[in-house]
Design a protein. Structure first.
Length: 430
């Protein structure tokens, strides 16, 4: 790479806009650390005239990012559009085929097309770096690929989405409803102002789980159908009851090898207030790795917002500028294997079940009898009557049971006139 490094920045949303400013104000610092001078020679976004936080040089602006390749010599392209397909895939694929190094925070793209894109990068002997795709500013991917490269991992799990962690923390601290706290998160820039669905429904965290699995277990990115649940159905009532039980609700991403099979999931979990993961609050992410011989390692840091993401993007930039050509997933594509999926029906947990019922004799015994029919044994029952409205809330904590038993037992309650709404299920993390 020459003394001058030409950079194209495609996508000027929250992250791209913040990064554009960082690149401009840190040119000297980057030059000191790499011996090379960066030049932003092209930028691209849908709207040239959109009001942005920083002044954009319109002389280097491209509405169609594919035209950049015709006009400019590019050494490094940074893609931050954020789509799993469409122009995001096209721009990254084109850049790699033209022997241009690529940096992206786009976890949806990597989780879906990472295997294919890494094969192109390896064939063309260029970098495809995506540190910022998982856990914001935490250097988790480099830690797995480099710092802990010789370890054999058994399990990786943690809080992988800062938006959902902020919402759950704020609901507990303020006693405000999900909708009110979501609005606050949007104003602060922690949640997308238009459609925050991908954060809330667990998809964002699940894409990160698939990337972590591929790195930790040297497997191809899995396409298995897995259990994915978000926090959109978590009620303030559940957070209050959990607190009384000395528990907290956290959205956890989990990836592990069970009997030589790959198990991946994202769902809300009840964790002890005394546990490490139970005290990771606000926009913080935390990832716990179980490896051999290192044992248990923990990384924690901010996982939401353009600042932490830009930190990881700049880290990838310096890696490339120092002349390091890395395998995107730490191992040659042809050496990475496919791993059979663990059957989700056999996943077992203790359960928190909340029933809203008519307050009348026999309802509790109806519930417990039907749970027993599916071999679900009860550890604890909390019954709270609402005499004024002739209703009651029944919370049941169960002993461990399988996913298939839980699903079958709850389906029975769908059409019962004494059960006022479908039961809430939250798994206890063991």
């Amino acid at each position: 790479m020459n003394k001058f490094v030409n950079i194209a920045l495609v996508g000027l949303g929250q992250i791209g806009n913040y990064l554009y400013n960082e690149l401009n104000i840190k040119k000297k610092e980057i030059e000191i650390k790499t011996g090379k001078h960066i030049r932003i020679v092209a930028i691209s976004a849908k709207n040239r005239n959109k009001k942005r936080r920083f002044k954009i040089n319109k002389k280097i602006f491209y509405q169609n990012p594919l035209n950049i390749f015709k006009d400019k010599k590019i050494d490094i392209l940074i893609e931050s559009i954020g789509l799993s397909d469409g122009i995001s895939k096209k721009i990254v694929e084109t850049a790699l085929k033209k022997k241009i190094n690529v940096i992206t925070p786009n976890k949806a793209l990597i989780a879906k097309h990472g295997d294919y894109l890494s094969q192109i990068a390896e064939k063309k002997n260029v970098c495809l770096e995506f540190e910022a795709s998982v856990a914001g500013g935490i250097p988790i991917l480099k830690t797995i690929k480099e710092g802990l490269a010789t370890n054999r991992f058994k399990k990786i799990y943690g809080i992988l989405n800062g938006t959902t962690n902020y919402i759950l923390t704020e609901m507990e601290n303020t006693n405000e409803t999900f909708d009110k706290v979501l609005q606050k998160a949007q104003k602060l820039g922690y949640a997308e102002p238009g459609n925050p669905k991908l954060d809330l429904n667990g998809f964002d965290a699940f894409a990160k789980v698939r990337i972590l699995s591929a790195l930790a277990f040297n497997n191809r990115i899995s396409k298995h159908k897995c259990l994915m649940e978000g926090i959109q159905n978590i009620d303030l009532k559940d957070i209050k009851i959990a607190s009384q039980l000395n528990l907290r609700i956290k959205l956890l991403g989990i990836s592990e090898i069970i009997n030589n099979q790959l198990f991946e999931t994202v769902h809300p979990c009840l964790v002890s207030k005394k546990s490490y993961i139970g005290n990771v609050n606000g926009v913080m992410n935390a990832i716990i790795m179980q490896g051999k011989p290192v044992g248990e390692s923990i990384l924690q840091g901010e996982g939401a917002g353009p600042g932490p993401t830009s930190s990881s993007l700049l880290s990838d930039l310096l890696t490339i500028m120092k002349g390091n050509i890395n395998k995107p997933f730490g191992l040659s594509s042809h050496k990475r294997k496919a791993i059979k999926a663990f059957d989700i029906k056999n996943y077992s947990n203790s359960l928190y079940l909340r029933f809203e019922v008519k307050d009348k004799p026999g309802v509790l015994s109806l519930i417990t009898n039907r749970l027993a029919k599916f071999k679900i044994s009860i550890k604890r029952i909390i019954q709270t009557p609402d005499k004024k409205n002739n209703k009651a809330t029944i919370v049941i904590i169960t002993h461990k049971t399988t996913e298939i038993n839980a699903k079958k037992s709850l389906n029975i309650f769908r059409k019962n006139k004494n059960i006022l709404k479908f039961p809430i299920l939250i798994r206890l993390y063991n």
